[in-house]
Write a protein that binds this ligand. Structure first.
Ligand SMILES: [Zn+2]
Ligand SMILES: [Zn+2]
Length: 264
C-alpha cells in the first residue's frame, strides 16, 4: 500500500495544506485489470483539486469517510460535479462508504434538489462499526470512534509495498478521542494515521479529539510500528504535538505534511 497525504490540516484548510484527505493505493493488484486500486479517506476542503494532481478521478475505486463534518467531506461537491459533467467521457460510479447518510449530506452541501439520487456518480453505503468490505485487494474494517457525531476509524489491510509478498495494515482514526474501540482498530498496525488535534494543557474538553500524548498512548497500547500525526489545526505547532506523542510512544512519530507519501 502507498499512502499519500493529499491534505492534513485540521478542522479547516491551512496555508500549506488542504483539510483532511488521503489517498491509499495498492500497486498492481486489481485482479482482472492489472491496474492499481485506489481509495480516498475523507475529502475535505481543497482535496478535490489536489487529488487531480495525483490521480484520474475515473480511476478511483472507493471513497471512504470517517464522518461527515464539513472539514472531512466538503469537496465531495466537487467530485459530484466532476463525475456528472466531465466532458471527456464517462466517469464511472464510485462506491462511497460513510457513517450517517452520505446522499443526504451531499444534497445539503450542494444545495441540490432533495430528490437527487446521484445514482450515476455514487453508490452510497452506510457503514456501521463492525462492518467490513473489500476494495480490490484491500480489506477494510470499521470501528467506532469517539467524536461529537457518528464517526468511524478504518483499519485497512492489503498488500505491503514495504515488504513485498506480505500483508500490511494501515489504521486511520478519523476524528476521535481515545477509546478502547480505537485501540482495537489500531491493534498491531504497521502504520497508525492518527489525529492529534489537541494539545495537553490547552484543550481540555474530552470526547472530541486526541492530544499528541493520547495519540502516543494509543500507538503504545495498540502496539503499532509507526505513528503518523495529522489533523493539526493551523494554530498548532507540530513540534509540540510530536514531542507529546514521543513521550508516550517509543516508535517512530511524524507529523505528516501535504504531498508526502509513505510506503506501508
Ligand atoms: Zn475534523
Ligand atoms: Zn469532526
Amino acid at each position: 500500500m502507498k499512502l499519500t497525504i493529499i491534505g492534513c490540516s485540521g478542522s479547516m484548510s491551512g496555508p500549506e495544506s488542504p483539510a483532511s484527505g488521503y489517498l491509499v493505493e495498492a500497486t498492481g493488484n486489481d485482479a482482472g485489470t492489472g491496474r492499481d486500486v485506489a481509495l480516498t479517506l475523507d475529502f475535505g476542503p481543497g482535496v478535490m483539486g489536489k487529488l487531480l494532481a495525483y490521480r484520474d478521478p475515473a480511476l478511483l475505486d472507493a471513497m471512504l469517510f470517517s464522518h461527515l463534518h464539513a472539514d472531512h467531506c466538503a469537496d465531495l461537491v466537487g467530485m459530484q460535479v466532476y463525475r456528472r459533467w466531465y466532458p471527456g467521457g464517462e466517469v464511472p460510479r464510485v462506491p462511497l462508504y460513510s457513517p450517517q447518510d452520505g446522499r443526504r449530506r451531499l444534497i445539503q452541501l450542494a444545495d441540490d434538489d432533495p430528490t437527487d439520487t446521484y445514482e450515476d456518480e455514487f453508490d452510497f453505503h452506510h457503514v456501521n462499526p463492525g462492518d467490513s468490505f473489500e476494495v480490490g485487494p484491500l480489506h477494510v474494517e470499521a470501528f467506532a470512534a469517539n467524536h461529537t457525531v457518528e464517526a468511524l476509524c478504518y483499519r485497512i489491510t492489503g498488500p505491503s509495498d514495504a515488504r513485498p509478498g506480505e500483508q500490511a495494515t494501515l489504521t486511520f482514526t478519523g476524528d476521535t478521542d481515545y477509546a478502547p474501540s480505537v485501540v482495537e482498530a489500531a491493534r498491531g498496525a504497521d502504520t497508525l494515521l492518527s489525529e492529534a488535534a489537541f494539545e495537553e494543557g490547552r484543550d481540555t474538553v474530552r470526547g472530541v479529539h486526541m492530544t499528541g500524548k493520547r495519540a502516543g498512548e494509543l500507538a503504545r497500547s495498540a502496539g503499532v510500528r509507526d505513528l503518523l500525526l495529522t489533523h493539526l489545526q493551523p494554530w498548532t505547532d507540530p513540534d509540540e504535538v510530536v514531542t507529546e506523542a514521543r513521550g508516550a510512544f517509543s516508535g517512530r512519530v511524524t507529523a505528516v505534511r501535504a504531498g508526502q507519501t509513505y510506503r506501508i
